[in-house]
Design a protein around this ligand. Structure first.
Ligand SMILES: Cc1cc2nc3c(=O)[nH]c(=O)nc-3n(C[C@H](O)[C@H](O)[C@H](O)COP(=O)(O)OP(=O)(O)OC[C@H]3O[C@@H](n4cnc5c(N)ncnc54)[C@H](O)[C@@H]3O)c2cc1C
Length: 601
């Protein structure tokens, strides 16, 4: 039997032991669900992943999409797999029952989707983007827009995209130039060029609904003059049938290092009569609405990075258990059989690091989806507001930490396989290439670090920051009660102090020095904050594991929990101390980066 792509035990631990997914069934929205329905969704996902996506992962990597001037070509296996996913209901796992969805809690849907993501990589991105697009229109569109665009997306007939980036406007969306002019019907004509638009053209669906950021003629400069439009590939008649092609053209496809199953497109809007677009919400509030989709997409990106890391770790682990090579230094007998490489301490180091990064990152992403769920369905207003605050603060970390440390885990997976990891007969090199996108799209790591330090930490008079410190401190207090975890509690408390002092230093410095200089180590600050959050989540896992061990579990479970505790030890001894170095650079206001002159390079 083929090795599993993800550990089922790990997913169960996360859902039911670290988080309380079952408890969500007490909320009205999820009252038709129970652990059995969650397990059924999980099993369906695994079987679709293994039957339709996994066997074609390499094919979709090798056969990048092509464009013959009229049509995009992709292997037929992709459409078959996506149709199977859609027919199972899992593509709209969180959507309302009446729209054909499964109305699963976000955290469960996230875990369910992990099998698909592990086997299908970015192929799943088609459904993820479509859902996020439909969710945005559901939240900010009119009833008519919901009927016209969201319903067919939920039915799997239409796909959705987010079209923000332009050749001259990537990280700096304030400079986008795509324009919109009101026509005689009160709709808008859109003119401009977008690049890197994922799923911007393909034949997998009847229609594609682009959500396009554009500037209405005469709008204020900067982000305050950006509006959001629904711009379909094919116009839709009053009765819902498809009409004529809109003036949206595929200008070309990008060919990529990884993530090749999903088309990356350059789109031209309005080269002829102007592409018809329908305003979402009010004029000039486009970026605010787009954040609805971007925040969801940022958790999706973090999750995809974490799942890639988990999958690579699983392959590396299975390989290390079976690959005999070399002998331990302590073995003096040359004719003794070689050991499996998992016995070499350096291989254990690389597996431990992968486990620590991947499971830590995954816990963070599930926390993100849990908070997102709480924002919408927690019983009291107070709980919903608290969840919103914490999620807002953590979003740049949820997006970036897995995206930075996930590829590091994949790098180590390749190293565990040696030369066999470098060739494409084994999937770890593809996982690495696929994962390398994640620090780039949905806001680069650099941009996320500025968002964290400049906006999210000080927002609402540090309310989100304080809430995060309070949550971490609660875990410290709990862990202090345990003899074996007390040491980690002390170390985390010390790390939290470092975080508070560093934050104070760098933000106070902006009063007296150039902000570009003060923030020139913002990525180090993001790393520091991220490592502390992950250490917190590892301590939480340790508390669960320690408690479970007291109940004398079955042998395989005992091994599982001991593995958790040992990885906690690894993270605290090998990873967390990095923060002292990063903190020094940030709080000493080291201006080495800032001071470097262009001419000196
Ligand atoms: C495969 C792929 C899929 C994508 N999918 C989509 C999509 O579906 N929809 C969409 O709209 N876009 C999409 N993008 C675009 C993506 O979001 C952008 O590539 C990304 O935001 C960075 O923009 P850029 O490429 O123009 O780089 P730039 O903005 O030019 O950035 C280059 C470098 O400069 C740094 N930098 C830029 N500005 C600053 C600053 N102010 N301070 C500090 N550092 C800065 C960045 O961090 C980066 O390291 C996709 C991109 C790729 C590669």
């Amino acid at each position: 039997m083929a090795a599993p792509i993800l550990s089922e035990r790990e997913l169960e631990f996360m859902l039911y032991e670290l988080f309380d997914a079952e408890g969500l069934t007490e909320r009205l929205r999820y009252s038709d669900h129970n652990r059995e329905t969650f397990t059924m969704a999980m099993n369906t996902s695994r079987s679709i992943a293994e039957k339709y996506f996994l066997p074609h992962r390499q094919l979709l990597d090798n056969c990048q999409p092509t464009f013959d001037g009229e049509k995009v070509h992709q292997p037929s296996e992709l459409k078959i797999a996506l149709d199977a996913l859609f027919d199972s209901g899992l593509a709209t796992a969180t959507a309302n029952f009446e729209l054909g969805g499964m109305q699963l809690p976000g955290i469960v849907a996230n875990a369910v989707g992990s099998y698909l993501s592990a086997a299908g990589g970015v192929a799943i991105g088609y459904t993820g983007l479509t859902n996020a697009n439909a969710n945005l229109i559901s939240a900010h569109g009119t009833a008519e827009q919901i009927e016209k665009w969201v319903v067919p997306m939920r039915e799997g007939r239409f796909a959705g995209t987010m079209a923000m980036t332009e050749p001259g406007s990537g990280s700096g969306l304030a400079d986008l130039t795509t324009s919109a002019v009101k026509d005689e019907n009160g709709d808008y004509r859109i003119y401009g060029n977008k690049i890197f638009i994922s799923g911007g053209d393909h034949d997998l669906n009847e229609n594609i609904v682009h959500l396009v950021l554009a500037r209405i003629k005469g709008a204020p400069k900067g982000i305050k003059g950006v509006s959001l439009f629904i711009v379909p590939k094919v116009l839709v008649n009053e009765d819902g049938s498809l009409g004529k092609r809109n003036d949206v053209a595929l200008a070309g496809l990008f060919h990529k290092m990884g993530g090749r199953a999903q088309t990356s497109t350059a789109l031209s809007f309005g080269e002829k009569e102007g592409a018809i677009g329908y305003l979402v919400g009010e004029e000039n509030r486009g970026l605010y609405y787009m954040f609805h989709m971007m925040n969801e997409a940022r958790i999706m990106v973090g999750t995809s990075a974490a799942v890639n890391a988990l999958t690579g770790y699983q392959y590396a682990l299975d390989y290390a258990k079976e690959r005999p090579q070399g002998r331990l230094l302590s073995e003096k007998e040359p004719s003794s059989p070689p050991v499996n490489i998992i016995q070499h301490p350096d291989i254990k180091r690389m597996l431990l690091a992968q486990k620590a990064y991947a499971e830590g990152a995954y816990a963070l992403c599930l926390l993100g989806t849990q908070l997102d769920d709480d924002v919408r369905t927690a019983p009291t207003e107070k709980e919903r507001t608290a969840a919103h605050l914490l999620l807002d603060l953590l979003t740049p970390i949820i997006k970036s930490w897995p995206s930075e440390f996930g590829p590091k885990a994949n790098y180590l997976a390749i190293q565990v396989l040696g030369g066999h990891g470098y060739i494409n007969e084994h999937p770890v090199e593809q996982l690495y290439r696929d994962n390398r996108l994640n620090p780039i799209h949905e806001g680069t790591t650099g941009i996320q670090s500025l968002d964290l330090l400049g906006r999210k930490v000080p927002m609402k008079n540090f309310a989100g920051f304080q809430a995060c410190i309070a949550e971490m401190t609660k875990t410290v207090e709990l862990a202090k009660k345990s003899k074996s975890l007390n040491k980690y509690a002390t170390e985390l408390a010390e790390a939290i102090d470092v975080l508070m002092n560093t934050t104070h230093k760098v933000l106070s410095a902006t009063q007296t020095m150039n902000i570009d200089a003060a923030f020139s180590n913002s990525v180090k600050y993001l790393d520091l904050f991220g490592h502390i959050v992950i250490a917190w989540l590892w301590l939480k896992q340790g508390i669960v594991a320690e408690k479970a061990l007291l109940e004398q579990p079955h042998e395989s479970d005992e091994n599982f929990y001991r593995g958790k505790l040992h990885t906690l030890q690894y993270f605290f001894s090998a990873e967390l101390p990095e923060i002292f170095h990063w903190a020094r650079i940030v709080s000493d206001l080291d201006t080495t980066n800032f001071d470097m002159q262009e001419e000196w390079f």
